[in-house]
Design a protein around this ligand. Structure first.
Ligand code: ADP
Ligand code: MG
Ligand code: ZN
Length: 294
């Protein structure tokens, strides 16, 4: 706190609201600069970029994205996570971070870090209680800044937590950023799988390699008697992988402790790295690391 107050007064003012987004009232004008299709760009100072995607919300995408980023850090890589879910950012909660990012000397957003992982999220920039009412251009402006105006300061790997679906945001990201691959998260439930297939098609259309699928919440082991139940079925993701020629990267069990760890801002990979759950995340990160030459 004091440190922030002591750092130059001008800068203190300028990072009050780094994006200059309206907290109330009408959205500001967006400069007209984008014509035609943007070229795919690298994110500056970042070696590898992967996207964690799911066509449906609530299947565990953010939980998996953050645990993967933490797993890469555990393996000694310089790791970061970028929360591109503008309407429902969850990385601040998952990493137990809040507050407004400072700006660097060249007006780039400086990531917030915890557990050895750097992060940037809309959640740091907009008050949690402020209704996110801007649409269209505003969202696109915010997204541009998250994608291109963060000073990562040298990363081996950046994990993008995508919003659910295959809409504008996903298309913008996949068309603007050179991605080393996409990981698709699904539960084994038919309705989730149907949407996952849409995600597969989207990545293929924009020529992003699909690294594989992660099956989440497939098996529940009763803490009382140890009996295992496949609440959403057990074969779904494997079948989808087979019919679309995709690797099944791993299975994350449905476990109340994964949820508790997430809610208290200390994800499984840091809270219980030696547990079977922790090992499941580490195993998936290791496969991905090999696939992208990390
Ligand atoms: N394997 C799991 N076991 C138990 N709870 C989980 C698991 N994966 C995710 N959750 C919980 O499910 C909810 C949705 O997960 P989240 O990662 O936010 O999904 P998404 O980003 O796809 O919307 C969260 O409360 C999270 O803690
Ligand atoms: Mg999410
Ligand atoms: Zn039981």
């Amino acid at each position: 706190m004091t440190k922030r107050l002591l750092s130059t007064s001008l800068r203190a003012l300028s990072h009050e609201n780094p994006l200059g987004l309206p907290r109330t009232g009408a959205p500001p004008e967006l400069p007209r600069r984008q014509r035609g299709l943007p070229e795919k760009r690298n994110i500056r100072d970042v070696r590898k970029v992967i996207a964690v995607s799911s066509a449906k919300g609530g299947v565990g995408k953010s939980t998996i994205a953050v645990n993967l980023a933490l797993a890469f850090a555990r393996r000694g890589h310089r790791s970061g996570v970028l929360d591109t879910d503008i309407f429902g950012p969850s990385i601040p909660t998952l990493l137990n971070l809040r507050g407004e990012p400072r700006l660097s000397a060249n007006d780039q957003l400086i990531p917030l870090s915890n557990y050895g992982v750097k992060s940037m999220s809309m959640g740091y920039l907009v008050d949690e209680k402020a209704p996110v009412v801007w649409r269209g251009l505003m969202v696109m402006k915010a997204l541009q800044q998250l994608l291109h105006e963060v000073e990562w300061g040298g990363l081996d790997i950046l994990v993008l937590d995508l919003p659910p679906g295959t809409g504008d945001t996903q298309l913008t990201i996949t068309q603007q950023i050179k991605l080393d691959g996409a990981v698709i998260v699904s539960t084994p439930q038919d309705i989730a799988l149907k949407d996952a297939v849409k995600g597969i098609s989207m990545f293929r259309k924009v020529s992003v390699p699909i690294l594989g699928m992660v099956q989440n919440m497939s098996v529940f082991s009763c803490p009382n008697c140890g009996h295992s139940t496949h609440i959403f079925g057990s074969e779904g993701v494997a079948r989808t992988c087979e019919s679309h020629d995709i690797e099944l990267l791993g299975d994350i069990p449905l476990d109340a402790r994964i949820c508790d760890d997430a809610d208290r801002g200390k994800p499984t990979v840091v809270a219980e790295p030696e547990s079977a759950r922790g090992a499941a995340f580490m195993g998936i990160a290791d496969i991905i690391g090999r696939k992208i030459d990390l």
